[in-house]
Design a binder for this molecule. Structure first.
Ligand code: PLP
Length: 481
């Protein structure tokens, strides 16, 4: 067994960086969506690991296989023609942050296991929080921020902390607890309720109420108030509300000020109830003053998350999470066996981020966020957001000008929901044709139409770092032809 020598590592590392730079140069020319059958790559890979390593001789073959086996089986999320789902931004500074994090190879579960990881992360979350103009209570004790892997984990952590807090304050039994989100909330809210043992399946049972939305797909506060009152009257204990700022299907925005008022008037907060705001996608835009109103009312929330890994040029995974009650997280998630005890923890005054999340171990993700924030600066990031919002506005105007198509939801940021006037089957066929062409990749969702019945809607989300006007126009030409 022989490790790479520093000289060999340097040589191969340069080659890997060169490879990444060439990939970025040619990604636009690759079909965005691979035309592969399930199992094709699997069949091309040996069934067992090599018994003897090939050492440095392996690397020509590794780079060849990367080109010949892996790249053709990739969906190119960084292609400027990628318009599906929400974006998952990579950037030079983000990639270098990942590389250096791997190079340092630290594990930041405790402050003591790498003080820099914890303290840089805490500072980055306060930089980011200030860009969002979050109230100080989210940035400093008794609150604070940390990086979760995904928005799903952030929601789960919030549910677990909320469950703990309400039971401490009211003595409620687990079976009495009820959580609320709009019917347009992300599926991760349902999953969090399942994982937290509130409900047995995705129906949510009596433990999760999916509250009605208005004709712009935003939660109706009066419906939330009614649901809370009905549950109270039936002896249940409302303990968690997830409001969504920027829903996955259509970027609908639940009205935080009105939700906050309902929760105040219903006594939800006094009994330990927790309001979590899921701004996984839209939160990035709130660094722009013209979009900050999307989170007006955030002072009513107990926690908030958004994903810099979606639309803020920070490589996956990086979900920014803030709470105003770090004690609820620590009390509900801390388990300390002897082997994790250390003087810094026992003396207090340090954060051990393992107590703010589900896993024990944690990567040094703050590094990439630091590089991104320093490289682009707040203004650079605002330009990135504004550029995409303007391109989406352009696409919306093209759709509106063609009466064979219709816009299906208000466009708030860089997602356009539209459809061809006609049946779901026609829209599905159109989407398949466009995606099969490899020239653009869009996704779809279902949204209730004017008659209340769900219909298939096409989603074009502008957000890949290299997308420009010609890509958006080309996607439109493809769709209308
Ligand atoms: N919440 C919303 C509103 C989302 O749009 C998404 C994903 O698109 C998620 C949560 C889940 O994000 P993650 O993959 O980070 O768990």
């Amino acid at each position: 067994m022989r490790h790479l020598t520093p000289a060999e590592f340097r040589r191969l590392g340069h080659r890997a960086v060169d490879w990444i730079a060439s990939y970025a140069e040619r990604v636009e020319s690759l079909p965005v969506l691979p035309q592969r059958e399930p199992g094709e790559l699997l069949a091309a890979l040996p069934e067992r690991a090599p018994e003897e390593g090939e050492g440095t001789d392996a690397w020509d073959g590794i780079f060849r296989d990367l080109d010949q086996l892996i790249v053709p089986a990739l969906t190119h999320w960084q292609s400027p023609n990628f318009f599906a789902y929400f974006p998952c931004n990579a950037s030079g500074p983000g990639i270098l942050g990942e590389l250096l994090s791997a190079g340092l190879g630290i594990q930041g579960m405790l402050w003591a296991t790498s003080p820099a990881a914890t303290e840089l992360e805490f500072r980055m979350l306060s930089w980011l929080g200030r860009l969002l103009e979050l109230p100080d209570g989210f940035l400093e004790a008794p609150g604070g921020g940390c990086i979760q892997g995904t928005a799903s984990e952030a929601t789960l952590v919030a549910v677990v902390a909320a469950r703990h807090r309400v039971r401490q304050r009211t003595g409620a039994r687990r079976e009495q607890l009820v959580a609320y989100a709009s019917s347009q909330a992300h599926s991760s809210v349902v999953k969090a309720a399942m994982v937290a043992g509130l409900c047995a399946d995705a129906s949510g049972g009596d433990a999760l109420r999916l509250v009605a939305v208005d004709d712009e797909y935003a939660l109706v506060p009066e419906a939330l108030a009614r649901a809370i009152a009905e549950d109270r009257a039936a002896g249940r204990v409302p303990f968690f509300v997830c409001a969504t700022v920027g829903t996955t299907s259509s970027t609908a925005v639940d009205p935080l000020p009105a939700v906050g008022q309902v929760l105040r008037e219903s006594g939800f907060a006094e009994s330990g109830g927790w309001l979590h705001v899921d701004a996984a996608y839209a939160g990035a835009a709130c660094i722009c003053p013209e979009h900050r109103r999307l989170i007006d009312g955030i002072e009513h929330a107990d926690s908030l998350c958004f994903n810099p890994h979606k639309w803020l040029l920070t490589n996956f995974d990086c979900s920014a999470f803030w709470t105003r009650d770090r004690a609820a997280l620590v009390d509900s998630l801390s388990v300390t066996p002897e082997y994790l005890r250390n003087r810094a923890t026992e003396e207090g005054g340090v954060i051990d981020y393992r107590d703010w999340q589900v896993p024990l171990g944690r990567r040094f993700r703050a590094l990439k966020l630091w590089f991104v924030l320093r490289h682009y600066g707040a203004e650079g990031l605002r330009r990135h957001i504004r550029h995409h919002v303007a391109l989406a506005a352009l696409f919306e105007s093209l759709v509106r000008a063609d009466d064979r198509f219709e816009i299906c939801a208000p466009r708030r940021l860089a997602l356009v929901c539209f459809r061809r006037r006609g049946s779901d089957a026609e829209n599905r066929a159109l989407l398949e044709r466009v995606n099969r062409s490899g020239k653009a990749y869009l996704s779809h969702t279902a949204l209730p139409g004017p008659d209340g019945a769900e219909r298939l809607v096409l989603r074009l989300a502008v957000g890949a770092p290299g997308t420009g006007e010609r890509h958006v126009r080309a996607a439109w030409d493809l769709l209308r032809e």
